[in-house]
Structures are given as C-alpha cells and as structure tokens.
Write a protein that binds this ligand. Structure first.
Ligand code: UDP
Length: 234
C-alpha cells in the first residue's frame, strides 16, 4: 500500500482500489514538547487504536459525523478520506496544560463552562493559538465552517464527558481535528485517544493520559490500560 503521510504517531496509507478510503496504522512512538521528547513505548499504538475506535463508534452512534469506518486489526482502522483543515480544536472542562501557562489559571480549576480554542496546525510556527478572525485571515476555513466546528466540538464534549464520567474518568480537555468528506460534510478525523485527551481518575485524580510521558508521572501503558479497562466496564 502507498504511504500518503507519516506523522509522529501514525502512518496513513491509501487503500488500493478504494480511492475514497484510507488505512491508519497506529505506531508506538510517543512525542511531546514539539517532538523534542521522543520514545518508543511498546503497545501504545494498539491501545490508541482500540480506544479511538471505541470513541469514534460512540460518536457515530450519537449521529456525530466522523471519518471512522471500522477497526480492522490491533493497530489499524479504515477511515473515509477527508481534506483536513489546518486547525486543532481544543475543548476544556478543567484548566490544565497550555491554558494554565498562558493565562495563569491554576491546574485543576473547573471552568464555569466548556472553553473552545482554535490552534493553527503548523509545525514551523509551533501550533499557535488563534482566534476566529486569524483563521479567516489565513483562509483556514470560512466563518460557517468555524461555527460548525465549534458547535460539533461542544457536542462531542457533552457525549465524551458523560461517557467518561459513567466510567469513573474525568475528561479534562481534548483536541479534535476536522476534515471535509467527499460529500462535502465536515467530519471529526484523526484520533481521539489518551494521546489527545487529558483523562484523570475521577476518584483519585490520578493522571492517566499522555501527561504521564510529558512529565514522567508514571508508566504510560499502565495509564492507557486503566482507561481502556474503565471504558470497557472493567
Ligand atoms: N493536544 C493534542 N495535540 C497537540 C496539542 C494538544 O492532542 O498538538 C491535546 C492535549 O493532549 C490536551 C489538549 O489537546 O488534551 C490541550 O492541550 P494544551 O493546549 O494544554 O497543550 P499542551 O499542554 O499539551 O502543550
């Protein structure tokens, strides 16, 4: 199969004979801080593919359009091909990460209402936070599309937050990417995994997501496995 794109955590292949579909392969590579910190963590790709597949399926059941078609192996899923917007849409329920650094809010502070932020997906510029007018200026999307993405991001937050709460997990924040499908619909693409969400144990407050790797808080696989076990009802 032809590789269309290889990123830090995934390889994207063109499916042969099916021009409108892609195969995503989840790698074991973990990166943080603009890829200045990097490691191979055996088993991460399997866990992220499994967790992402569960979450995409949940969104599809709730009528939220995603690129997900099906999980086809431990490390692989088949998705619809979409034209990616160069945007990252972050939703936050609790202050953490760059929000604390930028605005001086204490980590763990519950936000009065979910906060939606746009970032410009651009490695050279280190993915800066941008406002709607910046996105329009750069031609990243039109106003209607930006409004739609914000609305869908808040809807995804409602679905995921209550799903995780039922499984004793606190959804602190997460990042979404969007793309345009061949039928012109906007869909959630990429992955939704502990690499792209902050998830804390609702009872103990233990951090179970990629912050374990970023800040050497403990074994990453152990955290991701706990998330999977919880969402599977274990
Ligand atoms: N995030 C991501 N990819 C990025 C940047 C952020 O998946 O390139 C996720 C991150 O895991 C967290 C949320 O988006 O769940 C908010 O991240 P933040 O802006 O706090 O950045 P960070 O502290 O990770 O630099």
């Amino acid at each position: 199969m032809k590789i269309l794109y290889e990123g830090k955590a995934k390889i994207v292949y063109q499916l042969e004979g099916e021009e409108d579909k892609l195969l995503i392969h989840f790698k074991d590579t973990a990166t943080a801080f603009d890829a200045t910190k990097k490691a191979e963590i055996v088993g991460k790709g399997v866990l992220n593919n499994t967790i992402s597949s569960i979450l995409f399926k949940l969104l599809e059941e709730r009528k939220i359009r995603t690129h997900f078609i099906k999980k086809v192996s431990e490390r692989e899923m088949i998705v619809w091909k979409a034209k990616r917007y160069d945007l990252e849409v972050v939703v936050r329920n609790v202050a953490a990460g760059s929000l604390c650094k930028r605005l001086g809010i204490r980590e763990g502070e519950k936000l009065k209402k979910p906060l939606v932020e746009f970032f410009y997906k651009n490695d050279e510029l280190h993915d800066p936070p941008i406002c709607v007018d910046h996105a329009l200026l750069l031609g990243l999307a039109n106003r209607r599309e930006l409004i739609h993405m914000k609305r869908v991001a808040l809807l995804v937050n409602r679905v995921l937050k209550s799903f995780f709460r039922e499984h004793d997990l606190l959804l602190v924040d997460f990042k979404l990417e969007f793309g345009k499908l061949p039928d012109n619909q906007i869909a959630v693409i990429d992955e939704i995994s502990p690499d792209t969400c902050r998830l804390w144990d609702a009872k103990t407050g233990e951090k179970l997501d990629k912050d374990r790797f970023r800040f050497d808080l403990g074994d990453l696989i152990e955290g991701y496995k706990k998330i999977l076990e919880k969402v599977q009802g274990g």
